[in-house]
Design a protein around this ligand. Structure first.
Ligand SMILES: Nc1ncnc2c1ncn2[C@@H]1O[C@H](COP(=O)(O)OP(=O)(O)OP(=O)(O)O)[C@@H](O)[C@H]1O
Ligand SMILES: [Mg+2]
Length: 249
């Protein structure tokens, strides 16, 4: 364990979670959005972070990735023994936090290949471009196409592929199925299952709760900026009342 781990934390003990968000409080200006959120994730686990529109899911991911907004006023974020809460977003990214935002941020004027290459200009490097094309053959077939002209599903693959080009320890996916046709959702689901089988620690935020729960090991449900459920994904799949109350599915 790195020396930054404070002695009062459980770092170094066999129970230390790989990832932990502890008592996060975050604001946009005066708006108090994330209200004491805590959860932890084991290495290789997939956690579905669910909740209604406006529950605070994107804000929680952004607070974890140390984006400038929302502003984290209290709480700790630990990844593999590193205190992310003391860092800026670029440092967190260097330590392996990859946030794939809802809008996917494909860079205009660059081909698929150049988009991935750009992610690989600075260490720590992750997967090779060949490995990424192996996972997403469609990207390989379209490597010379301009990234922004890809279909929505292909752009999602490119956004995930680009994240994997860095040495990712924690993959944060914000609505990867958003706006995609069911058949494309299935294709992305199969790919994410492959990523899971490779042992990638992942948080998936999704309106399509059932799809996210089918992929995930665990689920955390947010409501008005607070955690109202933390348990197994299967428990949520089995509990229609819980889904109705907080997810409306
Ligand atoms: N930049 C911002 N400035 C002010 N308020 C914001 C900002 N971004 C989000 N909010 C507010 O914070 C609350 C939580 O938003 P957030 O985007 O985290 O929700 P969400 O759970 O991701 O919702 P959705 O499912 O609709 O994506 C909302 O009330 C939203 O209006
Ligand atoms: Mg959101």
């Amino acid at each position: 364990m790195p020396s930054q781990a404070p002695s009062e934390s459980a770092a170094g003990s066999p129970d230390t979670p790989y990832f932990a968000a502890r008592n996060l409080h975050a604001y946009y200006g005066q708006s108090y959005i994330v209200q004491g959120v805590s959860f932890s994730i084991r290495e290789g686990e997939i956690l579905a972070l669910l909740g209604r529109n406006g529950a605070g899911k994107t804000s929680t991911l952004r607070a974890i990735a140390r984006m400038d907004a929302p502003h984290l006023t209290e709480g700790e974020v630990w990844l593999d023994g590193q205190p992310l809460h003391t860092m800026r977003s670029h440092q967190a990214a260097r330590l392996g936090v990859a946030l794939v935002p809802e809008d996917r941020r494909i860079i205009q004027g660059l081909t698929v290949h150049q988009n991935i290459q750009l992610a690989r200009i600075a260490p720590p490097l992750g997967w090779t471009i060949e490995q990424i094309y192996e996972l997403f053959p469609r990207l390989g077939e379209r490597k010379n196409q301009e990234g922004t002209t890809l279909s929505g599903g292909e752009q999602q693959m490119l956004a995930i592929g680009r994240a994997l080009a860095r040495d990712v320890k924690l993959l944060l996916l914000d609505e990867p199925y958003e706006g995609l046709a069911p058949v494309i959702v299935q294709e992305i689901e199969r790919t994410l299952a492959k990523v899971r089988d490779l042992g990638m620690t992942t948080v998936i935020v999704e309106q399509n709760a059932i799809a996210a729960l089918n992929l995930a090991d665990r689920a955390v449900i947010l409501d008005m900026g607070e955690v109202v459920f933390d348990g197994s994904a299967q428990e949520v799949l089995d509990n229609a009342d819980l889904r109705q109350q907080y997810l409306a599915v």
